[in-house]
Design a protein. Structure first.
Length: 323
């Protein structure tokens, strides 16, 4: 069967989707998955897969562990799908994208960055993001029921007392802000005056995707410059632009560095995919967060979440039937 012109995109989740036990059953069921987890363990010189399987959860959710763990889980799913279909990802899908760290997963899945290098980069990314701002100095908050123009006005007002920036444009009525504690707290306090339905302080250890992450961006710039990067086998929609780039390695490096301090344009990414006549968006890896967001962004899109064997099996049936 010819799988080209599938009108399908694959997307890869970001931090927050992790859970103890992810990947365990898949590794028991399929050697391709087990090989991924072993390769990541070897690259890191640590038993990350044991932590993924057994916890404790408080260790798994640490940024330095969660980021490579989520990538490993997503790549295990990809390798199983490729093994079962005997097709490479570029024969199964037209576009890829990832939410924050998920962009690294997308690059690994499309053979732009090797699996072992991606694991090392994400371990470093997690460590450098955590180290960029002393614990207690930064904060993030989710703003529900407000559009971008409203939140722009809110953060502009809160920025008068400290750093406050938009970190994630996740879906209509769901944005995330990031910055100094005093400024984010001020934005939360003022939110109802700006018409925000609900403002929720997020339990995070650092203010991700804002200018306070500049030290982490500098660390990643050095690491990425020393990393072999190839043009991805499938067009990648970048977080920082919500567009497909040229695939040039230097452009990919630049985008990944900017991503550390920049807005994650997820809503725009999904809308761009829809405009390219993408009919289905398949979330690869732990959780169903992106699938939920995608349905809110464009109700016409068919959204699937694939992490476990039964979900992979269902996806394989859809492929065979030409869906």
């Amino acid at each position: 069967m010819e799988f080209k012109n599938t009108h399908r995109a694959m997307v890869f989740p970001g931090q927050g989707s992790q859970y103890v036990g992810m990947g365990k059953k898949l590794a028991e069921r399929h050697p391709a998955a087990k090989e991924v987890f072993q390769e990541v363990d070897d690259a890191l010189g640590a038993s990350l897969f044991k932590l993924m399987c057994e916890g404790p959860e408080e260790e798994l959710i640490l940024t330095k562990n969660a980021q490579p763990a989520l990538m490993a889980n997503s790549l295990a799913v990809i390798r199983v799908i490729e093994a079962e279909t005997r097709k490479k990802i570029n024969e199964l899908v037209d576009y890829v994208a990832g939410h924050s760290l998920g962009e690294y997963s997308a690059l690994a899945a499309t053979n732009s960055i090797s699996l072992s290098d991606t694991a090392k980069l994400l371990r470093l990314r997690g460590e450098s993001m955590q180290a960029a701002v002393p614990v207690g100095n930064g904060a993030m908050a989710a703003l529900l029921g407000a559009d971008m123009d409203v939140v722009v006005k809110l953060v502009n007002e809160a920025s008068k007392i400290g750093i406050c920036e938009i970190a994630n444009d996740n879906a209509p009525g769901q944005l995330v802000i990031s910055g100094e504690v005093k400024a984010v707290d001020e934005a939360i306090a003022m939110s109802s005056d700006f018409g925000v339905r609900k403002a929720i302080s997020l339990p995070v250890s650092a203010p991700f995707h804002c200018s306070m992450m500049k030290p982490a961006a500098e660390v990643m710039a050095t690491a990425l410059e020393a990393t072999v990067i190839n043009s991805p086998d499938v067009p990648l929609v970048a977080n920082v632009s919500a567009l497909v780039g040229s695939g040039n390695p230097s452009e990919i490096r630049k985008s990944l560095v900017e991503q550390v301090t920049s807005l994650v344009r997820w809503r725009e990414t999904v809308l761009w995919l829809s405009k390219q006549n993408v009919l289905s968006v398949v979330e690869i890896g732990a959780g169903k967060i992106l699938s939920g967001l995608n349905k809110r962004i464009d109700k016409k899109l068919i959204s699937l979440s694939i992490a476990e064997w039964d979900e992979i099996d269902e996806f394989l049936i859809k492929i065979e039937s030409g869906e």
